[in-house]
Design a protein around this ligand. Structure first.
Ligand SMILES: Nc1ncnc2c1ncn2[C@@H]1O[C@H](COP(=O)(O)OP(=O)(O)O)[C@@H](O)[C@H]1O
Ligand SMILES: [Mg+2]
Length: 272
């Protein structure tokens, strides 16, 4: 048991429905400080809906969500990004007509401290900040090995590269909690291994290799990973939560989940 660990994100009995369709029913879970939590379940189980509630795209009709003890249930996605919750999407969401670099700079501007007027009054300061942003973006490119595609238009990149740029964009927001919605979907084995390694490296932190980018230097506090590949999930998750028809049906370590009869019946037996 790890009950002594600090809770980073607390989901308390949330329910979400669309008309007559229940996407989430009374779901409660904790994401602890310094853990990778995987969420698994068949298609339509509510995994994406849960991430959408956490980052403010959906507002659950019932229940509350707390981040570092603060209630965040009805906050807007941009406010949550500033607080430190960033995500990637199952269906990639990038500015497809912009370059890789501009996509990351757009994310950095969400975090910009100065506003437009202050920016024009204190131009020197704004320029200094811009240079710092570029430096951080360059370190993220280097970390994810995408520096060569910094000027390429995102919409024209191969699918696996676009997924990687999306991860880069989420990192550019320097999150404390990172939500990953099927970051390896549609990838081959080698590409999956690359992404798994990036996830572990960014979780653990890279220390002196990236001194100017705190999120790379110190690591991310908590990661929620929605992923179908059970091999990957078993390898990198500290804990696993299983959803089925919008309900949490199991929770435990990879070893516990792998041998849970209800999970095998609902999920492992059927899918892949
Ligand atoms: N925007 C929406 N409008 C209507 N129904 C939705 C919407 N988003 C999700 N749902 C429904 O909620 C359920 C859970 O969906 P989702 O969270 O996408 O599942 P998963 O990511 O586990 O495959 C499904 O029945 C889905 O059809
Ligand atoms: Mg989904």
């Amino acid at each position: 048991m790890q009950t002594d660990k600090q809770v980073k994100l607390k989901i308390d009995k949330i329910s979400l429905s669309f008309g007559g369709v229940s996407a989430l029913v009374d779901v409660s879970l904790d994401i602890r400080d310094k853990e990778i939590l995987a969420i698994i379940g068949p298609n339509g189980a509510g995994k994406t809906a849960l991430l959408n509630c956490i980052n403010g795209f959906y507002k659950p009709q019932k229940g509350e969500i707390y981040f570092d003890g603060q209630r965040i249930t009805r906050m807007r996605p941009d406010k949550l990004a500033k607080l430190g919750i960033a995500r990637t999407f199952q269906n990639i969401e990038l500015y497809t007509h912009l370059s890789t670099q501009d996509n990351l700079m757009a994310a950095r501007h969400v975090l910009m401290k100065h506003n437009f007027i202050a920016g024009s009054l204190y131009l020197g300061w704004a320029q200094k900040e811009e240079i710092e942003h570029r430096q951080i973006v360059e370190e993220i490119f280097d970390f994810l090995e995408i520096a060569p595609i910094r000027k390429r238009v995102v919409g024209l990149l191969p699918y696996g590269m676009r997924k990687r740029v999306e991860l880069a964009r989420a990192l550019a927001l320097e999150p404390k909690v990172l939500l990953l919605d099927e970051p390896m979907a549609g990838m081959n084995m080698e590409e999956k291994e690359d992404i798994a390694r990036f996830i572990i490296d960014v979780f653990e932190g890279q220390g002196a290799s990236y001194p100017d980018t705190p999120v790379l230097r110190d690591g991310i506090r908590s990661i929620i990973l929605v992923e179908h590949d059970m091999g990957v999930v078993m390898d990198i998750a500290d804990r696993i939560i299983v959803l089925d028809f919008g309900r949490k049906i199991a929770e435990g370590t990879p070893a516990e989940i792998g041998t849970n009869p209800e999970v095998i019946k609902a999920y492992l037996g059927k899918e892949k």
